[in-house]
Design a protein around this ligand. Structure first.
Ligand SMILES: [Mn+2]
Length: 333
């Protein structure tokens, strides 16, 4: 039993209208976790509203129910739950729609699995299990401990979330328990083939995007004997292609799969000197979180990100990434 479970049960028992919140960088885990909670609360006769500060990207549309996630607060709530982040910088867009004050005036639960220290400091209770492969895994365990029933559709959502964050049960954070949980879901009627098929369908790209991917791959820069791969995406391309496909996702896997490469970074350049970085590292190079922290970002050992406002010129950022990466992996070799 998690120490926070009973507290969470009390808060849910007392609530009628529950707001379920995803971070500004929604992914398969945050979406599947939200939908899983929605289904659990449905069985408990609670009203729910799922919200996210940004529009859900197309590649998440394979998870059934994504279209129930709203961007505006259309109902009052007496309890809110943030899934899959503890970082205040990842709810900035959201707080344009639901103010800090509104959130802080009602009980707030955080359910997360990130290693980084929390910066959302007004939560009533925070259930954070860094060993878990996904927030959805934490939600499944919590539901089990509290004997909350999960509908088949809720199990499908949670399974999709775990498979998404664990890259099909292959990341370092996958424990025997993670695999058992997926087993229990399959016993409960979830078809992994069906989930994977739906996921692959959304990976189909238009010829235009396939060609764009080709141009991205040609622009990848390699440093330090190919150990570091960096790709820069300018605003003009973000504007043109992002609605169709996330440009970073088009290139990251190929970057990581280059001979000798340990670390892959995609930098996106936005107007007003804003730069974001998406970091992925290979097995045996668990430094992604530390590299992100150099820029006040965070995340996991193998996947992390950061955001810089008032950024210095991009070449300087690259230099910083290269120097810090070398420092970090040379220390682990
Ligand atoms: Mn997650």
């Amino acid at each position: 039993m998690y120490p926070e479970s009973n507290k969470i049960k009390d808060l849910v028992d007392q609530a009628k209208n529950i707001l379920i919140i995803q971070p500004d960088n929604p992914d398969g885990d945050s979406l599947g976790s939200s939908l899983g909670l929605e289904q659990i609360f449905y069985k408990l006769n609670k009203q729910t509203l799922m919200i996210c500060g940004v529009e859900l990207p197309n590649y998440l549309h394979y998870i059934e129910g994504w279209d129930r996630v709203q961007q505006e607060l259309t109902n009052s709530f007496d309890l809110s739950i943030i899934v899959d982040t503890s970082s205040s910088s990842l709810i900035e867009n959201l707080t344009k729609r639901v103010t800090h004050q509104q959130l802080a005036s009602k009980p707030l639960i955080i359910i997360d699995h990130h290693q980084t220290d929390p910066t959302i400091d007004f939560a009533t209770t925070r259930l954070n299990i860094p060993q878990a492969s996904a927030s959805a895994e934490v939600i499944y365990e919590l539901a089990k401990q509290l004997k909350w029933d999960i509908t088949l559709s809720g199990k499908k959502s949670l399974a999709a979330a775990i498979l998404s964050d664990s890259l099909g049960l292959t990341t370092n954070s996958v424990s025997a328990r993670t695999v058992h949980i997926i087993g229990e879901m399959v016993e409960g009627g979830v078809s992994l083939a069906e989930l994977e098929n739906a996921r692959r369908d959304t990976m189909r790209k238009s010829p235009e995007i396939v060609h764009y991917k080709g141009s991205l791959l040609q622009r990848i820069e390699y440093y330090d004997d190919n150990r570091i791969a960096i790709l820069t995406i300018p605003w003009s391309e973000i504007e043109k292609y992002s609605p169709l496909y996330n440009p970073a996702i088009l290139a990251l896997d190929d970057m990581r799969l280059t001979t000798n490469t340990l670390i892959a970074v995609v930098l996106k350049i936005y107007p007003n000197n804003k730069v974001t970085g998406k970091i992925r590292t290979n097995f045996n190079t668990p430094i992604a979180d530390k590299l992100a922290e150099t820029f006040n970002g965070g995340g996991h050992q193998y996947a992390s990100g950061f955001k810089i406002l008032n950024s210095s010129p991009i070449d300087q950022i690259k230099k910083q990434i290269i120097n810090r990466s070398m420092e970090l992996y040379n220390a682990t070799l």
